[in-house]
Ligand binder design. Structure first.
Ligand code: APR
Ligand code: ZN
Length: 369
């Protein structure tokens, strides 16, 4: 079949809308009609060349859709099923999966590394030439093919644009608080960077009753949104010293938990400096490849801080994604408010520009079929 897709042909250039040939799903694969796809900063990392992936390729890893067809051997899905993409397809049987850490499963490494399905071929082509997959999802396309292990079933009552956000930003951000850090009521939290992911760290902290919840961002609008999602205090680092203000708000100690949700060496150091003795610095943002941060082991020892990182919110995806959706149903988790803008596929580059300009929490591409 033919499908339009936003293609990354060259780094540091806007995505191009190409009409692709999409192959039928092979053994163990599923063809999905994409309904909604979030514009996440990780896609921008590929566009800017901060993260590498074989090109040309179809990015997009935060999305939801409806199963169109299944390949031989697929037992878990049928045409018509609403589904969520997971950007770390997991086997369900290995050490990590059995220990509730599917994001650490190695199953889909070959797809992520080569941009090709397990048999070494791609399901996207243009004029006979291969177009690659990204993270085994590639949902910036009207139709995409993924391994069945890269999908989770969605309940029929959750709108697919809201559900899409749970495929990356919500699970990463809320999960960082609930599953990676295990923040408890009354503990103090600092969140540096309140974009699509950071706002979810803020709402996760509010959800567990943390306090104070201190949000820092260089864009005032982001601080407004952070307050709406439960931040008790906000800091604009251009006007105030983040570490100083955090100490003032925490009895001079620093935050119990400091989350870095941008992916920069300087703000990771800032988060560490703002963490109290015995507290935890949590790295959520993806740094460009090759970034290093100096570590003073003597300071680490004397302060007994913990530095930890979290991938995909350290979530046990098949257990925790239904939980997050249930919290949305109950009105405890906000998804509607996170969508600042809905775009057509042709407008996708506006979504990245708006992200860079800081004017959106999340833009979401809605496909018209
Ligand atoms: N101090 C505070 N905030 C900053 C600073 C700074 N020095 N520099 C940038 N920011 C803010 C931006 O204003 C923006 O609100 O960080 C936020 C980043 O958010 P987004 O661009 O929306 O990115 P998001 O999708 O939230 O992803 C954040 O997490 O998963 C990773 O790959 C992702 O590395 C990215 C990070
Ligand atoms: Zn993402």
């Amino acid at each position: 079949m033919r499908a339009r897709a936003a293609v990354l042909a060259e780094v540091k250039k806007p995505l191009q809308i190409w009409e692709l040939e999409v192959d039928a799903p092979k053994e163990g694969e599923v063809l999905v009609r994409v309904v909604a796809a979030g514009v996440c900063h990780s896609d921008l990392h590929y566009i800017q060349g901060d993260l590498e992936t074989p090109l040309p390729a179809v990015p997009g890893h935060e999305g939801a859709g409806v199963v169109e067809a299944v390949g031989p051997g697929v037992t878990r899905f049928r045409p018509g099923d609403p589904v969520l993409f997971v950007f770390r397809a997991f086997c369900g049987q290995c050490f990590y999966c059995l220990n509730g850490r599917p994001a650490l499963c190695d199953f889909s490494n070959p797809i992520r590394r080569t941009g090709r399905m397990f048999d070494g071929t791609t399901r996207f082509h243009r004029n006979g030439a291969d177009v690659h997959h990204v993270l085994g999802v590639s949902c910036f396309a009207e139709y995409t093919v993924v391994p069945e292990q890269g999908l989770l079933p969605l309940p029929p009552d959750i709108p697919l644009d809201r559900a899409a956000l749970v495929g990356c930003g919500v699970t990463t951000g809320v999960g960082a608080v609930l599953f990676a850090a295990g923040v408890r009521a009354g503990e103090s939290v600092l969140v540096i960077g309140c974009g699509g992911v950071g706002l979810n760290v803020v709402q996760g902290a509010a959800l567990v009753g943390a306090g104070p919840v201190i949000a820092a961002d260089v864009v005032p609008q982001k601080l407004d949104w952070a307050r709406q999602l439960g931040a008790t205090h906000t800091i604009d680092p251009r006007e105030q010293d983040v570490v100083e203000v955090v100490r003032e708000l925490t009895g001079g100690r620093g935050a119990d938990y400091a989350f870095e949700v941008i992916g920069r060496a300087d703000t990771i150091q800032q988060a560490y400096a703002a963490t109290r003795k015995g507290g935890t610095t949590v790295i959520v943002g993806l740094t460009p490849m090759g970034t290093t941060v100096p570590l003073d082991p003597l300071d680490l020892l004397r302060t007994e801080k913990t530095i930890k990182a979290t991938l995909y919110g350290s979530a046990n995806l098949p257990r925790d994604i239904p939980r997050l959706l249930e919290l949305y149903r109950l009105g405890r988790l906000r998804l509607d408010e996170l969508i600042s803008r809905r775009l057509r596929l042709e407008e996708i580059n506006d979504g990245f520009e708006a992200m860079l300009a800081g004017s959106v929490a999340r833009s979401i591409v809605m496909f018209e079929h």
